[in-house]
Design a protein around this ligand. Structure first.
Ligand code: HEM
Length: 414
């Protein structure tokens, strides 16, 4: 294979890169010439890891293979976030292993089993009616304003309200969850953090932990018919979450369920504006395949990472114990070997084996069905009440090395 034509110093997790564009051409080059490619980093570039760099894994099948081997590719060793604030310490990285997404089996298996109770098809379906009303109200409010920022007025609202609904957080507190999640995730964007220190992210985590702790204690004392009560009270198997475990679960939800779904909705609407024939088709037929194509197209999580716990080989490439591998979902979801005509936005695509929710291993997104429901309800509400939405200005992208985000998008609703 020829050596890949990637410029010296290029970094696939550079927030400045993602602020301006998705490196589509570079990913295609890697898939073609070096599907497992060493991205060397200086200490400054490595966002807290200071370990010389990471492997960029760009092919669909290799990402699936890694995701299915947690005993070789650990989520816990260095966490699953590939780009952290520059001054983060090894101890701070270790602390993040209290989050499910950064655990390995068998601890992961136990906590995941308890948490999954809150996301059973029945629990998610039980939210449909309430969330449909909320989606309609969100769209009504936006339409009455005539025009504005689609992200703030439309896309961010349902994911927030859904998590508040799921956890029984009073709706008047949901703004707090919005601010905390922005501060926890978006440290590389000057609108929310300072890109270097961990202060704003750490403060937000502490506040959310305190808030969740209180919620758990309240439900422990006063059992209600909601998910929090279910999680903190032991079930027939005697399993439940301790108050601190519950606190970390709420942090994870605020982080995992908010930004991701919000960005799927914004990128999805932008894709419809850019592909009017798909919008016409959606309005007429509302295909059930649409939410997954929206997630593939958006790929809200650019990449997660794993760390090899032993020397191994992947796609013919030797990987050393202790080295990180980046699972670039944003490349896999456009892999020509997995998708026909991958750069075509096609809401009837079926099958659609996208990796937007992860590589189908033990960490596969526990909220995938909730996310699909939210996306479905939002686009139905938009198609019903403001089918003539137009763009006023191009979206403003988030400065982040691992979230494919849109911060603001000015539109007219009617
Ligand atoms: C379009 C929206 C979403 C996207 C693109 C997304 C994406 C992902 C991805 C890529 C993973 C990691 C998979 C892996 O490492 O193999 C993940 C895990 C997770 N997601 Fe989602 N997610 C979305 C919505 C949600 C929602 C709505 C919730 C909950 C309210 C949620 C909760 C979680 C949790 C708790 C995990 C960790 C699971 C584990 O480690 O076992 N996500 N998600």
């Amino acid at each position: 294979m020829p050596a890949p034509a990637i410029p010296a110093g290029f970094d696939f997790t550079d927030p400045s890169l993602w602020e301006t564009r998705n490196p589509t051409t570079e990913f295609a080059e890697l898939r073609r010439t070096a599907p497992v490619w060493w991205n060397a980093q200086t200490d400054e570039q490595s966002g807290g890891f200071r370990d010389g760099g990471y492997w960029v894994v760009s092919r669909h099948e290799d990402i699936k293979e890694i995701s299915r081997k947690p005993e070789i590719f650990s989520s816990q060793r260095k966490g699953s976030i590939i780009r952290l604030p520059g001054e983060i310490t090894a101890d701070q990285i270790e602390l993040t292993s209290a989050l499910l997404v950064n655990m390995d089996p068998p601890k992961h298996t136990k906590i995941r089993r308890i948490i999954s109770k809150g996301f059973s098809p029945r629990a998610v379906e039980g939210l449909r009616a309430a969330l449909a009303d909320r989606a309609a109200a969100i769209v009504r409010g936006a339409r009455e304003s005539g025009g504005g920022d689609f992200v703030e007025q439309v896309a961010c609202e349902l994911p927030l309200q859904a998590i508040a609904e799921l956890l029984g957080v009073p709706q008047e507190d949901r703004r707090k969850v919005f601010d905390w999640s922005n501060q926890m995730l978006n440290y590389d964007d000057p609108e929310y953090g300072d890109a270097v220190t961990t202060t704003s992210a750490a403060n937000a985590s502490m506040e959310i932990l305190g808030y969740a702790w209180n919620l758990a204690e309240q439900r422990r004392a006063d059992k209600l018919d909601d998910i929090v009560s279910q999680l903190v009270h032991a079930d027939v198997d005697g399993e439940s979450l301790a108050s601190d475990e519950f606190g970390f679960f709420v942090i994870l939800l605020a982080v995992a369920g908010n930004e991701t779904t919000r960005n799927a909705i914004t990128h999805g609407m932008k894709a419809f504006v850019d592909n009017p024939e798909q919008w016409e088709l959606y309005k007429a037929e509302r295909p059930r395949t649409a939410p997954d194509e929206i997630v593939r197209w958006a790929t809200p999580v650019t990449a997660f990472q794993r760390t090899a716990v032993e020397d191994t080989v992947l796609g013919g490439q030797e990987i050393k114990a202790g080295q990180r591998v980046g699972l670039f979902y944003s490349s896999a979801n456009f892999d020509e070997d997995a998708f026909e005509d991958p750069f075509r936005f096609d809401i009837t695509r079926d099958p659609n084996p996208h990796l937007g929710f992860g590589g189908t291993g033990v960490h596969y997104c526990v909220g995938a069905n909730l996310a699909r429901l939210e996306i479905d309800l939002m686009f139905n509400a938009i198609a019903d009440a403001m089918p003539d939405l137009t763009q006023v200005a191009e979206p403003e992208r988030l400065r982040s090395g691992w979230i494919n985000g849109i911060k603001h998008w000015r539109v007219r609703y009617a």
